[in-house]
Design a protein around this ligand. Structure first.
Ligand SMILES: [Zn+2]
Length: 253
């Protein structure tokens, strides 16, 4: 199972968002979200959308949903419109925290948009959503160009599928990064380090027979044998005790 991604198409219903002639922000962002949701779902992600049709969803109920569902990240889609046409262009990202996973996700999304040809306005910080910040849910608002920039609109219109592909790849790299981050913060019990693969296999099988969730990986020419990966240090300590009862020499990493 891959991550749980919350896609938020901005505006909807009576809230049209920005409008320029026949171009409507609410329609464009919904199109993006629906296409992206399809790709992500096919890839094995669980996708939750704030809306899948032209309806208005209150911000508060979106936030409740994000928190209830314990989503891994939130991406909200919007577009811009300048006071005068063709006076501004480009894509930008807004995060609540210009560090860690939020920043990583914003960078990846913008890198993709740069490949499409959008001018990159940068990553901006907006501290408005304290609730998500408290719950450490990375959230990026992505503004996909200006409705009244002919260049941006050409890109949006002609390269729609490529835009969706780039967003998809950005989310995939984000998920890899998040997995690594999670692993870094888990407690694992190291049982040994071996030069020989046969030896690590033998030890690993022995641990399995005794009911321990053992696994090994190759690191700097040695096979490292570990048991479990726990969010709580006390759970790791409990298991370490059981391992030591069998006579294993261990440490928690
Ligand atoms: Zn908007």
């Amino acid at each position: 199972m891959k991550g749980k991604i919350f896609l938020d198409a901005g505006h909807g219903g009576t809230d049209t968002g920005l409008v320029y002639h026949e171009r409507r922000e609410k329609d464009n962002v919904l199109k993006i979200v629906l296409a992206l949701a399809t790709l992500l779902t096919e890839e094995g992600f669980e996708v939750i959308c704030s809306r899948v049709d032209d309806s208005f969803i209150h911000e508060q109920s979106k936030h409740e949903k994000m928190l209830d569902e314990r989503v891994d990240c939130v991406i909200a889609f919007h577009q811009n419109c300048a006071l005068l046409s063709d006076t501004a262009e480009g894509a930008r990202a807004i995060v609540w925290n210009k560090e860690g996973l939020s920043l990583f996700l914003a960078k990846k999304l913008l890198e993709g948009m740069k490949k499409i040809g959008f001018f990159i306005l940068g990553i901006f910080e907006d501290k408005y959503n304290d609730e998500l910040k408290r719950n450490k849910i990375p959230r990026v608002v992505l503004e996909l160009g200006y409705l009244n920039s002919e260049k941006d609109y050409f890109l949006f219109d002609q390269f729609f599928d490529q835009i969706v592909q780039e967003l998809f790849h950005a989310i995939c790299s984000y998920w890899e990064e998040q997995k690594n981050e999670i692993m870094k913060h888990l407690y694992r019990i190291q049982v040994g380090s071996y030069y020989s693969r046969d030896r690590v296999l033998e030890k690993s099988e022995e641990l399995h027979r005794r009911g321990f969730p053992a696994y090994y990986f190759l690191e700097k020419g040695f096979y490292t044998l570990q048991v479990g990966s726990f969010e709580q240090l006390k759970t790791a300590v409990e298991m370490e005790k059981q391992l030591r009862n069998y006579g294993y020499t261990t440490f928690i990493t």
